[in-house]
Ligand binder design. Structure first.
Ligand SMILES: [Zn+2]
Ligand SMILES: [Zn+2]
Length: 338
């Protein structure tokens, strides 16, 4: 099978992912083999490709928003032919204190897809059966792929921020994750304020029903109940904090921040304001979000790339040139329908 393989992290402009033919190993017990139909491209992939997140394994196949069909199975609950998704949380130990408290997102020994084990920038991939996510009926692989990290973790960020129906919520940065979270917020009848750079991001935010759209460091005209930051920049967290009412919460949806700048405690954090990070996801988050996404229904805005164009997709993401989500499209059929 064909795959795009990262042997050594390097600036994405130097095209560190190389095409390679790989033999698949025999399928391990408790695992399924998936023919990848679509794989979403995430900012975390960019951080791994460029080395901001240290390599866990080398060489590695990136990609943790995998939508496809099971072609070989060792688990009766995940039969051949089933449409499934694979997300960032590839497996947990199931035995650490966090797993025991249903906080598997914080597992002490997690296995991350496309980081600890090979992911979906490939024609075929293996995944732990009990961590695959059955896709809602009628959801295409192309629509499902961007939901599997950007969507689920964006949804978790709304939960971590404690969003309640009808509240005023700020989204700082407006890419793959935010444009999906926004659709959940509108469904919950929230008033949404979007601060982002890039004309296309602003247009997308307005078209999805933002009450206000401003530049990245602009202050929304109203005090916010909650805010979620999506940019990998600590300055944005401070800007979000500055827009909160007393008792408000900022949730940081970013696995990596450039730095956390110092800020004025008396003016910005006092008044029981909170800053919380959002780490990974649980399978419960995934199930709840995929059900909700099918019900709303959420429409991911996608830009498609071929598998061989993985470097270009990551580069476009780095340059803020993607409107919505970048998705690698694997199957010929999907390619014709896109
Ligand atoms: Zn654990
Ligand atoms: Zn991701």
């Amino acid at each position: 099978m064909k795959a795009m393989v990262l042997a050594r992290p390097a600036p994405i402009e130097t095209r560190p992912l190389r095409p390679l033919e790989r033999e698949m190993e025999p399928l391990a017990s408790g695992w399924v083999r998936i023919q990848v139909e679509a794989c979403g491209v995430c900012r975390t992939d960019l951080h791994i490709a460029e080395g901001e997140l240290p390599p866990h394994r080398s060489p590695i196949i990136l990609g943790h928003q995998i939508a496809g069909r099971i072609i070989e199975s060792t688990d009766a609950a995940r039969p051949v032919g089933m449409s499934v998704g694979v997300s960032w949380l590839g497996a947990t130990d199931g035995s650490c204190p966090y797993c025991a408290q249903e906080r598997e997102n914080l597992c002490d020994r997690p296995v991350f897809t496309g980081y600890d084990v090979d992911g979906g920038y490939a024609e075929c991939t293996d995944a732990r059966a009990d961590f695959t996510l059955p896709l809602p009926r009628g959801m295409t692989a192309l629509q499902a792929a961007p939901l599997l990290c950007a969507g689920i973790i964006g949804f978790r960020a709304l939960r971590v921020a404690g969003v309640e129906r009808g509240e005023r919520v700020g989204l700082f940065g407006f890419g793959a994750s935010a444009h999906l979270a926004m659709q959940v917020l509108r469904h919950w009848e929230c008033e949404v304020f979007v601060a982002t750079r890039g004309a296309r991001h602003k247009i997308l935010a307005a078209s999805l029903g933002a009450s206000w759209v401003g530049d990245a460091m602009d202050t929304p005209p109203e005090r916010l109940d909650r805010a979620v930051t999506f940019a990998p920049a600590g300055d944005v967290v401070v800007a979000a904090l500055a827009s909160l009412r007393k008792g408000g919460v900022v949730a940081i949806n970013a696995i990596h921040l450039d730095r956390m700048p110092s800020f004025d405690y008396d003016r910005l954090l006092w008044g029981e304001r909170q800053i919380r990070s959002v780490a990974n996801m649980t399978r419960a988050d995934a199930r709840d979000f995929l059900d909700l996404a099918a019900q709303i229904p959420i429409r991911a805005s996608v830009e498609t790339f071929r598998l061989e164009e993985a470097n270009e997709a990551l580069r476009a993401l780095k340059n803020d040139a993607i409107e919505g989500s970048a998705v690698l499209v694997l199957s010929e059929a999907l390619g014709r329908n896109r």
